[in-house]
Design a protein around this ligand. Structure first.
Ligand code: ZN
Ligand code: ZN
Length: 362
């Protein structure tokens, strides 16, 4: 059995406990990442449910063999379609309270379920289910580290090729190709390569703009290994560094470093965001820091917790989050510096490997 399959069993206990805490008689899971986390099933469609202390994975004919091979600790059942499978499984559920992921179930499916499961209370769940993947175990950390390593090596290989006159699209294609050659099964998201004034768009798509001397170039990228993501942003300067960009880079880097220094178990996400934001604001660039400071990373590239001014979540040992302050001067340049860190009891461990000292490319 793989380490991931071994990891599944304690996760089932986690769900049973959560159901007790929430006074649920049943729980429906539609989010494929949650299902993968709990069962080990990697197919693109299925439903997982718990009732009477038993976990069941319902899949259609396309996935039954795969599910039987991959899943341990769950009853794997074949169903014609989701609705009929659930109707059958919950035909005797009158009076039961059954939770579901409010942010995942479609309105259409909710209406149909209500019709089919008359007399059953369907209870929408938010953070209660969104957060059960929030702490990473050893098997997950190993895969995240692998994804980080693949993406880092691909970046180093790509930087050798970057020259004035190359387009953003050419750089992103080279980087994506190398991540896949080095073992990424997928990209964490379409790679961002944004140069010159386009770097001021925090989520720019790579375009046909050619790299010029004096540009800042933001590269935000990541690899997926066995479902687990990496996420890193580097900002490079091409040819020569002007003093405005140099000063702004130093401010963003200081915000990034201070936030990482502040990360430890017991501190709230809001406080970490404040450390980064305060540093940028006191240096006069607060108006140009227009997004949160970070987010959790795991089976989703963006998952709980959020590191933002309103996030009350308290960091715990075993969370993996990004620290990614940025400033964007519209029409001129943008700078973002992003690392992934593992929260530890008295501090954190930086997982990403690329140096964040300012680097000049040819
Ligand atoms: Zn990123
Ligand atoms: Zn990110």
């Amino acid at each position: 059995m793989t380490p991931m399959a071994d990891a599944v069993f304690p996760r089932i206990e986690l769900i049973r406990q959560r159901m007790l805490d929430l006074h649920l008689d049943g729980l429906l899971l539609f989010d494929m990442k949650n299902i993968r986390y709990l069962t080990g099933f990697t197919g693109s469609e299925g439903i997982c449910f718990f009732r009477d202390g038993v976990g069941v994975l319902l899949v259609d004919g396309r996935y039954i063999t795969q599910a039987q091979e991959q899943v341990r600790g769950f009853d794997v059942r074949l169903c014609r379609d989701k609705l009929s499978g659930l109707s059958e499984a919950f035909s005797d559920s009158v009076g039961m309270t059954v939770g579901f992921e409010a942010s995942v179930l479609t309105v259409d499916m909710h209406l149909r379920l209500r019709k089919q499961l008359k007399g059953t209370t369907l209870k929408p769940l938010g953070d209660e289910v969104q957060q059960f993947r929030i702490l990473k175990d050893g098997a997950e950390l190993a895969l995240i580290s692998h994804a980080v390593d693949v993406s880092h090596r691909a970046l180093l290989d790509t930087l050798f090729l970057v020259r004035v006159g190359m387009t953003e699209k050419e750089i992103s294609r080279e980087l994506e190709y190398r991540m896949k050659v080095l073992g990424a099964e997928d990209l964490s998201f379409p790679t961002i390569v944004a140069s010159g004034p386009r770097a001021a768009l925090p989520h720019a798509e790579p375009g046909f703009r050619k790299i010029e001397r004096g540009d800042t170039v933001i590269i935000d990228y990541g690899a997926v290994v066995e479902g687990y993501h990496s996420d890193e942003t580097c900002t490079f300067v091409v040819g020569h560094l002007n003093s405005d960009v140099g000063n702004a880079y130093a401010i963003v880097k200081e915000a990034h470093d201070r936030a990482i220094d502040a990360v430890k178990a017991g501190i709230s996400c809001r406080e970490i965001d404040h450390v980064a934001r305060n540093c940028i604001e006191t240096n006069g660039l607060g108006a140009y820091f227009t997004h949160g400071t970070g987010h959790g990373v795991g089976l989703d590239v963006h998952e709980a917790p959020r590191l933002a001014p309103t996030s009350e979540t308290v960091l715990e040992k075993g969370m993996v989050v990004t620290i990614e302050p940025g400033v964007y001067l519209p029409g001129h340049w943008g700078i973002r510096i992003e690392d992934m860190v593992l929260v530890e009891q008295d501090g954190c461990r930086v997982l990403t490997k690329t140096s964040k000292e300012i680097e000049l490319l040819n």
